[in-house]
Design a protein around this ligand. Structure first.
Ligand SMILES: Cc1cc2nc3c(=O)[nH]c(=O)nc-3n(C[C@H](O)[C@H](O)[C@H](O)COP(=O)(O)O)c2cc1C
Length: 186
């Protein structure tokens, strides 16, 4: 099973990228996390540019989402909301609405910020936006507040409680992505 990790930050040293790396360590055997690093190349959304083929970076994003069994987003919070670059990428991924690659895709959202609250508002808004695209949004939240204090010098999430919460969210996401068993009457 393949989980695609999308961080809502393009910053080298991003806490949210580190959060995805920590999630990768918590995945069950047989599951891998591949991080998508094309966020900075995604152009501003313009319906006139949303034609076939779409801009190369957008095609690559849509293909990466389509090829994944599940998506784990790690978002910072900018001015109490989703960073514009991440919202822009989700807008591109959401079209065409009826057949977009997020439709029916299991997704989970976690987040880290330098303030006390761990990007809870950005996470809530991102869940709302993802639900609007037709994604299957898994419940569960990891809010890494005061991020610089929550990772060790190797960049691993070091707070035991937060690691446990992250493991739970990852578990729920992987469960949601398991092929559904069809029960047949005996
Ligand atoms: C434009 C801007 C707005 C921000 N607004 C918030 C905010 O509303 N809430 C918050 O907790 N942190 C806010 N921050 C601080 C971010 O949490 C911090 O920069 C964080 O490290 C970004 O995530 P990253 O490390 O993954 O890049 C803001 C930062 C920037 C640059």
């Amino acid at each position: 099973m393949k989980v695609l990790g999308i961080a809502g930050s393009t910053r080298r040293g991003s806490w949210n990228s580190k959060l995805l790396d920590s999630a990768a360590e918590l995945l069950p055997a047989g599951t891998e996390l591949e991080t998508w690093d094309g966020l900075k190349e995604i152009p501003p959304y313009d319906e006139e540019d949303d034609v076939q083929p779409a801009p190369a970076a957008v095609e690559q994003l849509r293909a990466a989402i389509a090829a994944a069994d599940a998506i784990l987003f790690a978002t910072p919070e900018y001015n109490s909301s989703i960073p514009g670059v991440l919202k822009n990428a989700v807008d591109w991924a959401s079209r065409p609405l009826a057949t977009n690659p997020l439709r029916n895709k299991p997704v989970a959202v976690v987040g880290a910020s330098t303030s006390a609250f761990g990007a809870v508002w950005a996470q809530a808004e991102l869940r709302k936006v993802l639900a609007a695209t037709g994604a299957r949004v898994v419940e569960g939240e990891v809010a890494v507040g005061h991020a610089p204090k929550r990772f060790d010098t190797d960049g691993r999430l070091s707070d035991a409680e937060l690691r446990e919460q992250l493991a739970e969210v990852v578990d729920l996401l992987v469960q949601e992505a398991q092929p559904q068993q069809v029960l047949t009457a005996a």
